[in-house]
Each structure stands twice: as C-alpha cells, then as structure tokens.
Design a protein around this ligand. Structure first.
Ligand code: WT7
Length: 653
C-alpha cells in the first residue's frame, strides 16, 4: 500500500506573519536567511565547513569537511581536534566571565546562580574528581540525577576529559537504569541522594543501589550528590560523596583534546520494537548543530534568559540546556520540580521572577496548563518573554492559539521545532524574525537541512497535502553516528528502506501549497481506515478543539469491514462524564465528522481521567492500542506516572 495515500484532512488556514518589531532586532533577518539557503543549496559541504570554522574554536583545524567513504556512517570534520566543554565555557571567560550562566530553582524554592567563571571552576573541579577515580577518555559514565546544576556540571566535566556520558532520566526505574548502564558498559555512575518532584522525594540513590545489586559489573565508582540530605547507605570503596570527592582538587583542568568524531554522549531512546537504542552523537558536528540552532531558532544573545523546561535526561535537555545555549553564552534557567507544584502558576511565576525572555516547552505541558484556566497565567508578569518554542509532538492548533494569546500575549513568535534524539538539533522550524507561522506546522527546514517527503518508492511527493515519509536527503553535522554497539540496527532503522539514499525519520508528514511541513505522527501511528490513511494526531487535534475536551489519544482497532477503526481515549475538562454518555459521544462523533470528515469519526470513545504517559510526557500509544484491542499488556509500564489508570482505561474503573 502506498504511503502517498496518507490522507491529510486537517485544514488550518490561519497565518501569522513575523512580528515586525521582533524582526527589526532579530539575529537572522529576511536577507541573511535567504543568503544562508542559497549558500547551503549551491555548496552544502562548503556551507557547513564555513560554519564549523567560524563557530567552533578548534585545537587543531580540520582539513576535510565530510567523509562519506563509509556512508551512511558519515564523518564530519574528522581530522580536527577540539573540546566541547572548552567551547561552552573557556571561550567566554575573556568577555563574559561574570555573566550568569545558570539560574537554578529547586522545587522547594531554593535558588542559586552560577556565573560562567563559577561554572567553569565547578566543571574543572568535578572533572578532576572523575580523573582521580581513574575515569579517562572514552570511558562511559552514566548520569542519573535530578535537574540541578550539578547535572550540567557532570555532563560538562565528562566532555572536558573526553569521557562519554549517558544520561538516564531520573524518572526511569532501577531496571531501566540497569539496562542502560549495562548497554553502555559504564565504569562510573553519577547520582544524588534524591531529587524533588511534586512534593515527593525521588530516591535516586536507592534505585542506583538496586540496579547495581542486580548486575552492572563494570561499575567501579558511584558519585553521590547531596541534594535532599536524607540518609542513604554508602558502599565503602565504591560510593563517594560529590562534596568530598572535590576536596583539595584544583579548579583548573586542562581540557582533553579529542577528535571531532569522538563520541560526546550516548542517549538511549525507545524504538517501535526491541530494546532501547543507544543513540551515539559526535563532538564537533553535534556542538555545531546545538550552537547554531540556539542562535538561529531561539535568536539567543548573551543578554537572554533562556528557559528550556526539558530534563537533561532527554535530547532537548542536552542540546538546549547543557550545550547549545552555553556555547552561545546565554543565561539558562533550570527548575528541578513539577510544573504544577505547589500550584499551576509555578512556571509563570518562575518566568516572572527570573525575567525569562525565551521559553521552550512541550505541547503536553501547554495543554496541561491550559486546562487549568487562563486566570492563572494572568496573575503573573510575562512581559519579558519575547519568544516561545514548542517541541516533542505536533502541537494542536488549539494549544498553539492558547500559547500565542495567553502566554505570548499576541506579541511573541512561536517556533514549533521538529527534530529527534537522532538529529541532535532542530531541523525544521520557523526562523522567528522571518517565517510566517501557521498553528500546527513546524514550517520549513533550516538552511543546510534537505528535508523531503517521499512515497513508498522514494519519489518526492509534490502534490500539496499528500502525505508520505519524512526523510532527510543529505547528511548534516549533528546527525547520530550509529547505535552504540549495533551498527546493523542503525543501518536497518534509518537507512535500509530507501537503500541508504536518505535518512528515514520514521514520521509521516505532508507539505501544503506553501511548502510548509505538517508532521502527522510516527509511521506506526498511522491508521488505515477503509483504505484511507489517517494521522492519529489529526483526529486528536480535532477532538481537543472541542470545548469540553482537554486531551485525546487515538489508536487504531481492527475492524471487520474498514480494516481499522478509530478508537479515541479522551480526557474532559472538569469531571469525567459517567452514567449514560451516549449523547455526548454522538456529539463528539459529529464534531469530528464536521472537522475532518466522516472517515475520521471515532467508533469507540472512552472517557479517561488521564492518559497513560511516560515521565517525559509521551502518550504510551502501544499500551492504549493493547487496551483498545482488548489484548494483554506486554510492554514495560514502569515509567507510567500513574499505573492505576490502566484499569480505568479498560473501562473497569
Ligand atoms: C519524535 C522525536 C526532539 C526532542 C523531543 C522529542 C516527534 C518532535 C515535533 C514537532 C511534531 C514532533 C516526532 C519525532 N516530534 N518534535 N515539533 N512536531 N512532532 O525527541 O523523543 O527523539 O522524539 O517526536 O514524531 O520523530 P524524541
């Protein structure tokens, strides 16, 4: 069946031109963007070579830009030498040493600021502590920490000595931690006694002990940050307190100069099948992507206060907390806790108190905060915010409009940024002073990114609104290099489908008549209803456009006649409807029919208190699919925020 039959039925006609006042001061204007695109199109390799020379401080300059001799295992700037931490910290000491690098707020309300000079000193101290424990270039270090400055310090310290970090999100269980430690063959784990979330303590050290008790023979050292002060057992010879490990060490640490292709980090991410994949990123190419996109997409300058709400356990926290904005000498905000602790005003209060100018979050957070009502953000002064960003999933036009009107007060551009763990940096996004935006579209590829939409035969889909596979036609510097320890899987997952010709993102998308990209969802989230393919996201978007619906997740259920039917789990604003809900269900079906056409009408609607999500906020679709089909649940539910909802979703609660 041809992918080009993916039907796009979501019609969004609103266009928001770039704000002229923003445009006047923007880092990238109309002409410079056009010039970048021209340069990238006429000489893509030369374009990246110029950028790499001007944006990275090299210890030894590179002579070859792109090595494609082992394609699709591409190598960039391969004979150059650099250090990523040097490029994020040391390069700013001459001009910006006393500028704030990190503004931190813990969930209980404790705050801390670090200047670039202080951050540099802390990174050097801890780098020396790692070295004192025998950690060297190429060793793998697992970081399992709360979202506190030491998480960034630990990552930067690894980069400084050439150790390869693998951050494991603090919300993952001991079992997931163990798998990732073993996958990476880590010699060292950096953790904390605990972290704080939603008024509770997340017992990170206890989980680490459990993981290590069940395996992980390669681990020799465990560094433990004191964050909560709760007592935790320390194993002599293995465990060492962070604050004790740095005593008497120097706050200077000569960076380890590494090859451009030296792995900076691994980051495990789930695939549609099998074990999580250790996505391996490079040093120079990755840094270039993170830095350039921080400056172009977020328009970052040294006087910006940039808050990316992502945890460092995700790629967003790597590229837009730890590396990109620091390389751009901006000030970042880090907040440890839950968005709604102690109440739904916490995010907006943080923005007000710390003078956030650029705010970057996920649609799931926007929808959750939207559900609480606009009186909450109205209580805070959000006038310093000048730019808003969204990432992680398609943002439904409803949430986009709320974000624009209530948080951006109609004044702030919104950058809907499409990218992936694998791409390392933002790929498709508006340039805020230039690109007119349309709610729900990530607009157009950045200069140097050759994104396209192709059909099953790999032919470019040129008919407006016809769907297909989202692919990237040419290599780019921040792309993943391989899957750690499994290059076969790398080739199979991303390249095999079109004979290594282009990178296959795994998303379906379509382009409108203006050449704007609309992401429809993962390929495996595409439904086939009576021979029509429908993106699940479009139906969800339609459902949440209904005034009574806060959130929706749609999955396919086998259907005798239609092949697949639409099964919708919906969360209402206010209380969950109970009793006889048939009239309301009909209303919703009619609503979807009206928005999208009868083809997209859900056969089943189940009202839920909540949707099952991973800690990162991704809806667990495979779980919902199993529930919708009445199949047994086989997947790992250990990352579920609230396991009790499973029964309720089954219709038993
Ligand atoms: C998948 C990647 C990139 C950081 C966070 C997620 C979806 C991401 C968007 C967007 C529509 C998006 C895609 C992609 N996605 N951003 N702006 N619009 N979809 O990283 O966990 O690697 O997930 O998230 O499906 O493939 P990730």
């Amino acid at each position: 069946m041809s992918q080009s039959n993916i039907e796009s039925v979501l019609h969004e006609a609103r266009v928001f031109p770039a704000n002229p006042q923003f445009a006047r001061e923007a880092r990238i204007g109309d002409e410079s963007l056009a010039a970048l695109h021209r340069r990238a199109e006429s000489d893509p390799v030369g374009y990246w070579s110029d950028l790499a020379r001007s944006e990275i401080t090299w210890h030894k300059p590179f002579t070859q830009t792109l090595d494609d001799s082992a394609a699709p295992n591409y190598r960039w700037f391969a004979d150059g030498e650099l250090n990523v931490s040097y490029n994020c910290l040391d390069v700013h000491l001459a001009e910006h040493a006393n500028r704030t690098a990190i503004i931190f707020e813990g969930e209980p309300g404790d705050t801390r600021r670090l200047t670039y000079r202080q951050l540099h000193a802390e990174v050097c101290l801890f780098a020396n502590a790692l070295k004192a424990r025998g950690i060297r270039r190429g060793d793998r270090v697992v970081i399992y920490m709360p979202l506190v400055p030491e998480a960034v310090i630990a990552m930067q310290a690894c980069a400084r000595i050439g150790a390869i970090h693998s951050v494991v999100f603090g919300g993952f269980s001991a079992v997931s931690l163990k798998d990732r430690i073993e996958g990476a063959g880590a010699r060292c784990v950096i953790t904390a006694d605990g972290g704080r979330r939603g008024g509770n303590i997340v017992e990170l050290k206890a989980a680490t002990d459990k993981a290590l008790a069940e395996g992980c023979p390669t681990v020799e050292s465990v560094f433990v940050l004191q964050r909560t002060g709760e007592p935790v057992p320390m194993q002599a010879g293995r465990d060492i307190w962070w604050h004790e490990a740095i005593v008497g060490l120097s706050d200077q640490c000569e960076p380890e100069w590494v090859d451009a292709e030296h792995p900076l980090f691994l980051l495990y991410t789930s695939g549609s099948t099998g074990r999580p994949k250790g996505i391996q990123h490079s040093s120079a190419g990755y840094l270039l992507g993170a830095k350039m996109t921080s400056r172009w997409v977020f328009d970052l300058r040294v006087d910006d206060v940039f808050w990316c709400t992502a945890d460092v356990g995700w790629i967003t926290g790597h590229s837009y907390v730890t590396y990109g904005p620091l390389a751009a000498a901006a000030t970042i905000v880090m907040y440890e806790g839950a968005p709604t602790y102690p109440d739904g005003g916490r995010f907006w209060s943080l923005c007000e108190r710390h003078g956030v100018t650029v705010f970057y979050t996920a649609p799931t957070a926007i929808r959750a905060l939207m559900k609480l009502g606009e009186e909450i953000p109205a209580k805070y002064d959000l006038s310093k915010i000048r730019l808003l960003g969204s990432v992680g999933e398609p943002i439904n036009p409803e949430a986009w409009m709320w974000y624009h009107r209530v948080i951006g007060q109609g004044r702030c551009p919104i950058v809907d940024t499409w990218w992936q763990t694998e791409t390392g940096a933002i790929m498709i996004s508006p340039i805020p002073g230039v690109t007119p935006t349309k709610p729900g579209s990530c607009t157009q590829p950045l200069p140097g990114i050759f994104a396209d939409i192709v059909d099953d035969e790999g032919r470019s889909v040129t008919t407006p609104d016809a769907g297909g596979y989202l692919v990237i036609r040419k290599p780019w510097p921040s792309m993943l290099r391989t899957i750690w320890g499994d290059n076969e899987r790398y080739l199979k997952t991303y390249w095999e489908k079109f004979q290594n010709k282009f990178y296959v993102a795994g998303d379906s998308a379509h382009r409108d008549a203006d050449g704007y990209f609309w992401i429809m969802g993962r390929i495996d989230d595409v439904l086939n209803v009576a021979g029509h393919r429908l993106g699940t996201m479009e139906i969800e978007s339609a459902l949440v456009a209904h005034p009574r619906i806060a959130e929706a997740a749609v999955v396919g259920k086998q259907h005798e006649i239609k092949g697949e039917s639409v099964f919708a789990f919906v969360v209402c604003r206010g209380a969950r409807p109970t009793g006889d809900t048939r009239a309301f269900e009909k209303e919703l079906r009619d609503w979807v029919t009206e928005q999208l056409g009868a083809i997209a009408k859900p056969d089943d609607i189940r009202f839920a208190e909540n949707l099952p999500k991973t800690r990162s906020g991704k809806i667990m679709r495979r779980l919902l699919r199993a529930i919708a089909r009445g199949e047994p649940i086989t997947q790992d539910v250990s990352t579920l925020e609230n396991p009790a909802i499973i029964d309720q979703l089954r219709g038993l609660g």
